[in-house]
Design a binder for this molecule. Structure first.
Ligand SMILES: [Zn+2]
Length: 344
């Protein structure tokens, strides 16, 4: 008997989904007066989506900088540890082996990532401290300049023409030595090239979109995509910057980004980095939403892909768009697992 589409979705979803970028620690920190936030607010959506690995990103908002970057980063990590310890369902993983063990026992694995090196305070020793705490993927910058380099801007051009600082070089080299994934998300074009010129391991872009559909420096060009493909890296597709237009911010456009990357790198070069943000955005007062629009852009959330419980909508659309089972498995988890196995 022919398998129904529902059964096929269920079978593909059963392998688990890896999302390499989620601003979870920031939200846990904001809700530090509450207990069991992970279990009550996040677990139901993770379970519905069958999310198996989450890149939990340490990110420091402008309002805490420059004085409190280190403090807030430690507080965010502390909250993640405390919330994880209070639940049977999660595990903070520091190696490929630990990730596989979590998957085998049905736990949701967190891989702690860092979006912007502000917490390091330009001190390489701090990198070792954060490594001990479990940070296993680092993107040097967000959309701003820091001690390591410059972020790409939310416009077609305009970031500084120079690449990394001397400290940025040191961080990248040390990450390669330690076994920390280097994440090229957000870095400006010059920094992107420079990082690739001083590294040998497969690079990743944890959460981004293709400039073909949204032409801003923060996203990546066809040339950059091809380079990542040649280096056997993986690019995670972001759900909040699929188009500058609201009416084009659709699930189909999300799949267009996946397809475009796969066409340039082969199917081994594409994964998921949802960057779900609607739940944070909706908690903000209007003044703060306007501030975000002025500084970066107004995010357009895809109605049927706004949180982890919607993952099956994506699987369905990938099937409808003609992706094979093996292609879908690679997109959902196999490609990221290969990176974990090779780098961590
Ligand atoms: Zn980001």
């Amino acid at each position: 008997m022919k398998e129904s589409i529902e059964d096929r979705i269920r079978r593909l979803q059963a392998g688990g989904i890896i999302d390499m970028h989620f601003d979870l620690p920031m939200d846990l920190y904001e809700k530090r007066e509450h207990r069991d936030v992970l279990e009550t607010e996040f677990l139901p959506e993770f379970e519905t989506g069958n999310i198996s690995v989450v890149g939990a990103a340490i990110y420091i908002e402008d309002r805490y900088l420059p004085q409190n970057g280190l403090r807030i980063a430690l507080d965010q990590i502390a909250r993640l540890y405390a919330e994880t310890a209070a639940s049977e369902r999660f595990s903070i993983c520091k190696s490929y082996r630990e990730i596989q063990a979590a998957r085998e026992t049905g736990k949701i694995a967190f891989l702690i990532t860092m979006e912007g090196i502000e917490p390091l305070s330009a001190d390489l020793n701090q990198l070792h401290v954060f490594y001990e705490l479990g940070v296993r993927s680092i993107g040097l910058t967000h959309a701003r300049t820091n001690a390591a380099g410059h972020g790409g801007v939310f416009a077609a051009s305009g970031s500084p023409r120079e690449g990394l600082s001397a400290f940025g070089h040191e961080v990248v080299r040390e990450c390669e030595t330690l076994g920390v994934i280097i994440d090229l998300a957000h870095i400006n074009p010059a920094g992107f090239e420079e990082i690739l010129s001083i590294t040998t391991k497969p690079p990743i872009v944890s959460h981004t979109n293709v400039r073909r559909y949204y032409d801003i420096e923060r996203n990546i060009s066809d040339e950059q995509i091809k380079t990542i493909g040649k280096r056997r890296g993986v690019i995670g597709v972001n759900s909040i910057l699929v188009s500058p237009r609201e009416d084009e911010s659709t699930l189909d456009r999300y799949v267009d980004h996946i397809e475009h990357i796969a066409n340039l790198t082969g199917i081994d070069g594409v994964g998921i980095g949802f960057d779900f943000f609607e739940f944070i955005y909706r908690q903000w007062p209007e003044s703060r939403q306007k501030e975000l629009a002025a500084k970066f852009t107004t995010p357009h959330f895809i109605p049927d892909l706004t949180n982890h419980s919607h993952a099956r909508n994506l699987i369905r659309r990938l099937i409808e768009r003609g992706f094979s089972d093996i292609d879908i498995e690679k997109i959902l988890h196999r490609n990221w697992l290969r990176i974990f196995e090779e780098v961590l």
